[in-house]
Design a protein around this ligand. Structure first.
Ligand SMILES: Cc1cc2nc3c(=O)[nH]c(=O)nc-3n(C[C@H](O)[C@H](O)[C@H](O)COP(=O)(O)OP(=O)(O)OC[C@H]3O[C@@H](n4cnc5c(N)ncnc54)[C@H](O)[C@@H]3O)c2cc1C
Length: 831
């Protein structure tokens, strides 16, 4: 050893520093224990000839940290006191605690860890439908889509009576209800596929079927109902005998549902029976006006403690038959003209037996927990399904439209500007489907990933809103002109609905994804908070020591992976290896930075939503990229799909880069944190994670979307209702599209001949005749071109109305001939 010490003294200083830093970084990145650190620091410092006092001081600190009883007394107890005094860790209310503890941690935990096991994430299910679910899609779902006329639904303000009858008869309202209660007992993926396909025909159809299957009486009963409640209500809900709704939102309690003022009071009636008296005023309740069974959330009080618990049990869910005296239904809101029932509902002194509390007397006060747990999973099904179905349909329509619509003599999709928008629609549609299936797979495995659900809901609705905007741009005036021929406007108009419901998006991004993620997915933060609150030094000491190790490991990993641009990460092999490396690199940097932000801002971080929003973006895109990688692997690494995956992944990484840049720019850290982050910012811009996909990748996607065949179908046909009848706008467009592609091939030959002056220039029909006469094309081919021209003309036609006809439509839609509106403007004449 002595000789080695001597040898190292001959190494130049810069090399010594480099070697020492490398050794310490490797140790840190490997996640060495404190004991190993103590030994290694002592040995390395001695070997490199560092001053003895420094060596001994640092080694002594590490030894103290390595011996729990000493660490507890000398270190952790003081940290605990300091944290309490500085109020650095946020105080968590009871309702927040329930929300935080709802559901489970899954891929989000891996990505939050800084060292994700990507092999494991690539083994997670990416499943297929069961045979009976596929059959239901091919028959019942196909039939109801055929039965539904979306335009007429908007005109009538409701689905046709026969559509409602079929929905009930075929148990669309009982997709999630177990078979033993007469429901269809579908998997989460099956449920998602049905909602997704219904939405490709008509949004009101999808919403009407989706709401009874999402958070509401059925789901709450399945998980928390008493046997008696399940036996009575579930078969009635499955068969459509009962139409459910769920009332949570109130005029004063929207995002902050805990602020509700609806009440339930326990009392004994004159016969000594335990009852609950309910008073409520709810709004935005889907299916409210036509419901027969209301799942109602109220704040319950039990002043005489008749239920044997607290006098204020709190939020409770009650089943209210709509026919009970005191219940008022019968009005509806108008959600952007989308004709599904969305209603105010109220109740005055509605008296029911306590047996109507979901879960019976034991369910009193459990409402918040029930809602949070169900929302934790449910958020990832309905809205991602509807958004993804919509995106696939949009991609199919707009790819065809961009081929069929010709301007300046060529298909508009051939212009790079349009191709750019097409590429985004294609790439992001690939991503949405990946996210939908990957997330449903976790649910079917029994996981209830709360943070991932929020990620899926937020991003699906945001991305699909963005895609429909691009599609509207491409479709030009035909997207804007309303009427039966318009295929996109209803999706465009309805986009904000998905954004608002089940946790409005701004709040979901800035509060839930990172707020809940930082506490739930972080391996130690929540343990520390709970220990701090309980004053439990032993638990705090263990968690805090591990937390420090976690920060050191992630800091070292982040530095090594950043310097090596991810190349040193241990990741799965294969064509996507480079992306796995970047994902590992991102995860390490994210985890390290999240700890810095939490440590430096503490409880203030909760209110720095511009910061938490950016962290949420990084976590979201890491998850979405993981889902895309999983899809690519699960589908057999098909090279024809590579451009779609590349586009989505590179888009994701460039969004992550933006979020990191924003964090470095805006995180307020005490000295010298600000200066260090300024360096990080400089380095991050110089050493960017990725740039968006190149133009060539985008062109490949645009071409694939405008070319009939397997690639287009894999992206846009599965789970999309595709009417073939040319009387239907979508059938007409598809027919024109296929003809147009065939005609373009023929015309390529003809145009070549014109350029070579083999045939004279002229009007299109003259050129075609000359080509036919010259034997350049057959008569059959000439007819194909002719039919294609006619089909394309019809496919891009828009509706127009006689002046009177139009006025009548407006009167019908808005006033029904008589102004019976209620609300702020009702009294304003002509408003
Ligand atoms: C069509 C439709 C159907 C619905 N169906 C039902 C139903 O069946 N049952 C039911 O109970 N409810 C239903 N809702 C209610 C829905 O869940 C609420 O609209 C939603 O929770 C938001 O409440 P709010 O509209 O009052 O918005 P607000 O709470 O007023 O929020 C307004 C904006 O502020 C943002 N915001 C609020 N707080 C924060 C915060 N802390 N940080 C950052 N941003 C914040 C929100 O993200 C939102 O963008 C429905 C709503 C609609 C529009």
């Amino acid at each position: 050893m002595g000789s080695l010490h001597g040898l190292l003294s001959f190494i130049p200083l810069w090399l010594s520093i480099l070697l020492l830093s490398g050794a310490l970084l490797s140790l840190g990145a490997a996640g060495a224990s404190i004991r190993v650190w103590a030994l290694a620091v002592f040995a390395l410092f001695w070997l490199f000839g560092l001053p003895k006092t420094l060596t001994l001081t640092i080694t002594a600190i590490l030894v103290i940290m390595a011996i729990p009883p000493l660490r507890k007394v000398l270190f952790s107890s003081n940290v605990m006191r300091l944290l309490k005094a500085m109020k650095l860790l946020p105080k968590i209310s009871e309702t927040e605690k329930v929300a935080l503890e709802a559901g489970s941690v899954w891929a989000d935990g891996e990505l939050f860890s800084g060292r994700p096991d990507l092999n494991h994430l690539m083994q997670e299910p990416y499943q297929k439908l069961k045979a009976e679910e596929q059959s239901f899609l091919d028959h019942q779902v196909e039939t109801i889509c055929q039965m539904t006329n979306d335009y007429q639904t908007y005109q009538d303000g409701d689905l046709a009576p026969e559509v409602w009858a079929y929905l009930k008869k075929e148990k669309f309202l009982g997709l999630i209800i177990p078979k033993k209660y007469g429901g269809l007992g579908f998997s989460n993926l099956g449920h998602s596929e049905v909602v997704s396909k219904l939405g490709t025909r008509s949004i009101p159809l999808a919403i009407s079927a989706m709401v009874p299957n999402s958070l509401g009486p059925a789901e709450l009963l399945i998980h928390y109902g008493t046997e008696k409640q399940k036996d009575y209500y579930l078969p009635r809900l499955a068969s459509g005998e009962e139409i459910p709704c769920f009332g949570l939102t109130e005029p004063g309690a929207g995002s902050d549902a805990g602020a509700m003022t609806s009440t339930g009071v326990i009392f004994k009636d004159e016969n000594g029976k335990l009852c609950v008296r309910l008073n409520w005023e709810k709004r935005y309740i889907t299916l409210g006006a036509i419901s027969t069974l209301i799942g109602l959330a109220v704040k319950l009080s039990d002043p005489e403690k008749l239920l044997g618990g607290s006098s204020e049990p709190g939020i409770t869910c009650v089943l209210v038959p709509a026919s009970t005296p005191g219940v008022t239904l019968g009005r509806r809101h108008d959600p952007l003209g989308v004709p599904f029932y969305n209603c105010p509902i109220s109740g005055k002194d509605v008296v029911l037996s306590v047996d109507q509390i979901i879960g019976g007397a034991a369910g009193a006060g459990q409402g918040w927990k029930m809602l949070m747990e169900c929302l934790a999973a449910g958020r990832s099904i309905s809205l991602p399904a509807q958004s993804t179905g919509g995106a696939k349909r949009t991609a199919r329509i707009i790819g065809a439209y961009a081929q069929v619509r010709k301007q300046f003599g060529i298909s508009i999709g051939q212009f790079e500007g349009v191709g750019e928008a097409l590429a985004k629609i294609g790439g992001m549609t690939y991503l949405l489907e990946a996210c939908r299936i990957y997330t449903a797979g976790a649910l079917d495995k029994g996981i209830k990933p709360a943070v991932v659900s929020a990620i899926a809901k937020f991003n699906s609705t945001e991305i699909s809103r963005n895609l429909i905007n691009h599609a509207m741009d491409i479709s030009g005036g035909s997207g804007i002109s309303l009427g039966p021929a318009n295929m996109l406007a209803h999706s465009y108009i309805a986009a904000p609905i998905g954004v608002t419901v089940e946790g409005a998006n701004i709040l979901t991004r800035t509060m839930i994804i990172f707020g809940q993620g930082a506490i739930r997915c972080h391996p130690f933060a929540y343990q520390e908070m709970k220990a701090l609150e309980a004053g439990d030094l032993t638990v705090f000491d263990k968690a805090f020591a591990s937390h420090i190790g976690h920060i050191v490991r992630n800091g070292c990993r982040a530095l090594i992976l950043s310097l090596s641009r991810g190349h040193l990460a241990k990741v799965p092999s294969g064509p996507m290896r480079r992306y796995y490396q970047k994902l590992s690199w991102t995860s390490a940097s994210f985890a390290f930075l999240a700890d810095i932000a939490m440590g430096s801002m503490g409880s203030r971080l909760k209110f720095r939503e511009k910061i938490t929003g950016r962290f949420a973006d990084i976590l979201s895109w890491m998850y979405l990229i993981t889902a895309v990688l999983r899809r690519f692997e699960a589908e057999g690494r098909q090279s024809e799909h590579r451009a779609f995956a590349d586009y989505a992944i590179r888009y994701g990484f460039s969004e992550i880069q933006k979020a990191f840049d924003g964090l470095y720019e805006n995180m307020e850290l005490p000295f010298p944190g600000k200066q260090i982050t300024a360096l990080f910012a400089l380095w991050s811009r110089f050493n960017t994670l990725a740039v968006p996909a190149d133009d060539q990748t985008g062109t490949k996607i645009a071409q694939a979307m405008m070319t009939p065949g397997d690639v287009r179908d894999a992206l846009t046909a599965r789970g999309v209702y595709m009417p073939e009848d040319v009387k239907e706008p979508m059938g007409r467009l598809e027919h024109a599209f296929l003809l147009s592609v065939e005609a373009d091939q023929i015309m390529r030959r003809v145009n070549r001949a014109v350029r070579k002056r083999e045939i004279p220039k002229g009007r299109p029909e003259e050129i075609l005749l000359s080509a036919r006469e010259k034997g350049l094309i057959t008569e059959e081919e000439r007819k194909v071109v002719e039919s294609a021209t006619e089909a394309c003309r019809k496919a891009v036609e828009v509706d127009s109305f006689a002046l009177d006809e139009y006025k009548k439509g407006v009167v019908n839609a808005f006033t029904q001939g008589k102004d019976n509106r209620k609300g702020p403007l009702a009294s304003v004449s002509g408003a």
